[in-house]
Design a binder for this molecule. Structure first.
Ligand code: GCU
Length: 346
C-alpha cells in the first residue's frame, strides 16, 4: 500500500471508530431507541469526476434519507482504499462494505463471470443493457459468490468501450500491435485476449499504469476514453486507436453480511434505490466519455478510427469459443446473442 493510501485507510478507520463512539452504542433520544448510524465505506478506483462516483454519493444521501439516518455511504475515490484486487478481499471479509469492481477481477471468484469480459461480445450498449436488466439471465450469476465469498452483486453497469492506446503510433492492423507490451486488467481472460491480439500482456492495477507508461515499462494500455483522460494516460501514450475490442461491465458490490444485517424495511429501501443509481451512472458515462475524448484531443492526443477490427475479431474468436466451456456460460452467451440480434450495431 502506498503511504497516501495507508493514511486514507487510517483516517477512514478512525472516522468509523469515532462515529461508533459518538453514537454511543444504542444512542437513545427522548426515550425512543435509535439505531446508531452505520456508514458503508465504498471503494472506487477512479476520480470524483466519474459518474459512478457521483451516483454513489447520491445513493448515500438517498439511503440516509430513506432509512431515517440509520445508514449512509462514504465513497473513497482514486484507489485510496487499495487496488480492486485487494479491496475485493476486504469486501469479502467485511472490513470494507462496498465497491465498484471491473468485471475481469470477479473471475478469480467465479470463472463464469468471464462471458461478459470476452472481446467483441456485445454488439451495442443497448444489447449489454438488455442483458444486465434481465434478472432471469443475471440472477444466479449475481448471487453466485454470496455463500462462498460473502459478496452480493447489486448491479452490473456500463463501463464504456475499450480501445488500445500507446506511445509511438496509431494501431491500424494486428501487425501494428505485434509485440507491444500492453497493460491489461488482472485476470486470465484479459491476458489471453491481448496475447491473441498479438501483444505482450502486462496485468497490473489501474493506479500503476501512468508511471509504467511514463518510464517505458509499458508501450501502451487499453481502456475507455475516461480513464485515458482522467488518469492522464493521454500525456504519456497519445495514440488512441479504436479497436473496440471490449465492452466490459463494472459491478457494484456489497458484503452480503452487511446487507443481511439491515432490517427488512431498510434493506428494501436500499435495494429500491439501486436501479436509479445504475441509470444515473450509465447515462452520465456516455457524456463523460465524450467530454473526456474532447479534452484529450485538446491536450494533443491523436484518435485513430481507421482500424481493421475484423482482423482483431478473427484473432480472438478461438478464445471466445474456448471460454464458453460449460452450460452456465453457454446460457449467458446465448442470452447475449439474442440481445445482440435485437439490438444490432448502429
Ligand atoms: C475502467 C473500469 C474499472 C477498471 C479500470 C481498469 O476504468 O471502469 O473498473 O478498474 O477500467 O482498467 O483497471
Amino acid at each position: 500500500m502506498q503511504p497516501k493510501r495507508i493514511a486514507a485507510a487510517l483516517v477512514a478507520g478512525f472516522t468509523a471508530l469515532a462515529l461508533a463512539a459518538c453514537s454511543g452504542g444504542t444512542g437513545s433520544t427522548g426515550g425512543t431507541q435509535q439505531q446508531p448510524e452505520k456508514v458503508f465505506r465504498l471503494a472506487f478506483n477512479q476520480t470524483e469526476q466519474h459518474p459512478q462516483y457521483k451516483a454513489a454519493v447520491q445513493l448515500g444521501a438517498d439511503l440516509k434519507k430513506a432509512t431515517n439516518g440509520r445508514y449512509s455511504i462514504e465513497v473513497y475515490p482514486n484507489e485510496q482504499l487499495g487496488t480492486q484486487a485487494d479491496v475485493v478481499t476486504n469486501v469479502s471479509n467485511g472490513t470494507i462494505e462496498m465497491m465498484y469492481i471491473g468485471g475481469p477481477v470477479m473471475e478469480s471468484f467465479n470463472q463464469d463471470f468471464i462471458v461478459f469480459n470476452l472481446p467483441y461480445m456485445f454488439d451495442s450498449q443497448e444489447a449489454q443493457a438488455a442483458v444486465f436488466a434481465d434478472d432471469a439471465v443475471m440472477g444466479s450469476l449475481k448471487k453466485s459468490v454470496e455463500s462462498s465469498k460473502h459478496i452480493t452483486v447489486l448491479a452490473a453497469l456500463h463501463a464504456g468501450v475499450r480501445n488500445v492506446y500507446n506511445a509511438d503510433k496509431a494501431i491500424k492492423t494486428p501487425a501494428d500491435l505485434a509485440g507491444l507490451k500492453i497493460r491489461v486488467q488482472q485476470s486470465d481472460s484479459q491476458v489471453k485476449m491481448i496475447q491473441a491480439m498479438g501483444a505482450v500482456a502486462s496485468p497490473m492495477s489501474q493506479g500503476e499504469v501512468y508511471a509504467a507508461l511514463q518510464s517505458g515499462v509499458l508501450d501502451g494500455a487499453e481502456n475507455n476514453e475516461t480513464v485515458f483522460n482522467a488518469l492522464k494516460h493521454d500525456e504519456v501514450a497519445k495514440f488512441y486507436s479504436y479497436t473496440r475490442h471490449l465492452m466490459i461491465p463494472d459491478y457494484l458490490l456489497i458484503n452480503s453480511d452487511a446487507l443481511a444485517a439491515m432490517s427488512d424495511a431498510d434493506r428494501k429501501a436500499f435495494l429500491d434505490l439501486i436501479p436509479g443509481t445504475v441509470k444515473a451512472a450509465n447515462t452520465g458515462f456516455l457524456e463523460f466519455a465524450a467530454t473526456s475524448k474532447a479534452a484529450s484531443e485538446k491536450a494533443g492526443a491523436k484518435f485513430n478510427d481507421d482500424v481493421d477490427t475484423a482482423a482483431f475479431k478473427a484473432l480472438v474468436t478461438p478464445l471466445v469459443k474456448a471460454s464458453i466451456s460449460n452450460d452456465v456460460r453457454q446460457k449467458l452467451y446465448d442470452a447475449v446473442q439474442k440481445a445482440n440480434a435485437a439490438n444490432p450495431k448502429k
